[in-house]
Design a protein around this ligand. Structure first.
Ligand code: AMP
Ligand code: MG
Length: 404
């Protein structure tokens, strides 16, 4: 029996970030940047107004008050996207909108709310400090500055900056294309009639969604019967475009464990027992002309999910170009006493509790088939192998599943 770490290291061996490609900005959303980006111009790229108001010389408003308002001649009007054709000199103002370039000669902007809003003359009842409401060129980003490093995960916030520095496309690691194939002659599609002895295929929905949450582009194959030829055909159909294939079911000791039977013959897929609960039977390897990685997960839904989190998610994140491929362990207080088989690492499906979510308690339904229990969980309590019990009120290691 292999430890979780030993098996995980084997699965991850030889897995690399997918080769970078240039992608239009919106398609790069959720990808990891593969090259450095620097700013070809400063941000802001010109001095501009941060308010709708009047561009003035601050010196003209010294001592302005209700009793002694300043009265300036308005010589021009600049909306955003235009430049003033006049300059600001003593006694003169130019009406200006947010984002419009500062007219030559002006050093400050008085917000329109602090004026009478006049269009030929404007009356202002208070002074303005020098430079007020002016956004200076380069105050955010300097020209030539490196604004983003390879390895940066591109969310909305990063796309905003990339667009601002003029990048219409960027070099990124593409999202891995992950194919999910459920196997089992008992499986039918949700929404179809369920005869006795059959169950709906829940694993492909679980795994497709989990792959998507991990950052993959996912493809779902309808459930495949426990038949060697049918399974092999389904698999071959997917080989030409998948970066990773995930199967569920058919890897235990049963007489109809097709996945194991078919893939064992190829010699490039290894099956192992891993010291974890749930999720002991595992398999991984490479198949087809492109040596496509395949990970074969056990069929019990909770086993499949725990295995996905432990082995598949790190593979997907590595292919995506992430450095940080694992969910962090956090500490929380376990509310109840727990026991665990000491030979295996135990992944207890649990829920954060308490106002500050600093405690955890196991959900009801801890069977490896218990999708009801799984649906209520937002974390795993991890009991390391070698430990057989947890005392109520003590700290435990927890994997937080709340964030994708
Ligand atoms: P297996 O690993 O094929 O022996 O399956 C173990 C258990 O998981 C059996 O009770 C199966 O019916 C169940 N199972 C297998 N595949 C799925 C699936 N796609 N959706 C839900 N349950 C499944
Ligand atoms: Mg089966």
């Amino acid at each position: 029996m292999l430890s979780v770490e030993e098996y995980r290291a084997q699965v991850l061996e030889g897995v690399h970030a997918l080769a970078p490609i240039d992608m239009p900005l919106l398609d790069a959303h959720g990808c990891v940047l593969a090259s450095e980006v620097s700013a070809p111009w400063p941000l802001p790229s010109f001095d501009n107004s941060s308010m709708d108001g009047y561009a003035v010389i601050a010196g003209d408003l010294v001592g302005a008050s209700n009793e002694h308002p300043a009265r300036l001649t308005v010589v021009d009007d600049v909306p955003a996207g235009f430049r003033a054709t006049e300059v600001v000199t003593r006694g003169v103002a130019i009406r200006i909108m947010t984002g419009a370039p500062m007219p030559d000669g002006a050093d400050s902007v008085v917000p329109v709310e602090k004026t009478d809003g006049g269009t030929d003359f404007v009356q202002i009842n208070e002074p303005v400090s020098f430079g007020a409401n002016v956004r200076l060129a380069g105050e955010d980003v300097l020209m030539g500055e490196v604004v983003m490093l390879p390895g940066t995960y591109l969310t909305s916030r990063q796309l905003s900056l990339l667009a601002s520095v003029g990048k219409g496309s960027v070099l990124v690691h593409p999202k891995p294309r992950v194919v999910v194939i459920s196997t089992g002659s008992e499986l039918v599609e949700p929404g179809t009639e369920l005869r006795k002895g059959l169950i709906t295929d829940s694993n492909s929905y679980l795994l497709v969604a989990a792959a998507q949450e991990a950052g993959a582009v996912e493809f779902r194959v309808p459930p495949v019967l426990d038949d060697e030829e049918i399974f092999m055909t389904a698999l071959e159909d997917q080989l030409h475009f998948a970066d990773l294939i995930i199967t569920s079911g058919g890897v235990s000791m049963g007489a109809y464990d097709t996945v194991k039977a078919v893939l064992s013959k190829l010699g490039t897929v290894t099956f192992a027992k891993v010291a974890m609960n749930p999720g002991m039977p595992q398999g991984y390897g490479h198949i087809g002309p492109n040596n496509t990685p395949i990970i074969t997960l056990p069929g019990n839904p909770v086993s499949a999910y725990v295995s996905f989190e432990t082995f598949v998610r790190p593979v997907i994140r590595t292919m995506q170009g992430h450095e940080d491929i694992d969910r962090p362990y956090v500490q929380a207080i376990c509310e109840v006493e727990l026991t665990s088989p000491p030979a295996k690492r135990q992944f207890v499906r649990a829920k954060f509790t308490g106002a500050d979510k600093a405690k955890v308690t196991p959900v009801r339904g801890q069977g490896s088939h218990s999708v009801g229990g799984l649906s209520k969980a937002d974390c795993f309590i991890v009991i390391p192998s070698g430990q057989s019990e947890v005392t109520a009120g003590t700290a435990v290691d927890v994997i937080d599943l709340r964030n994708w």
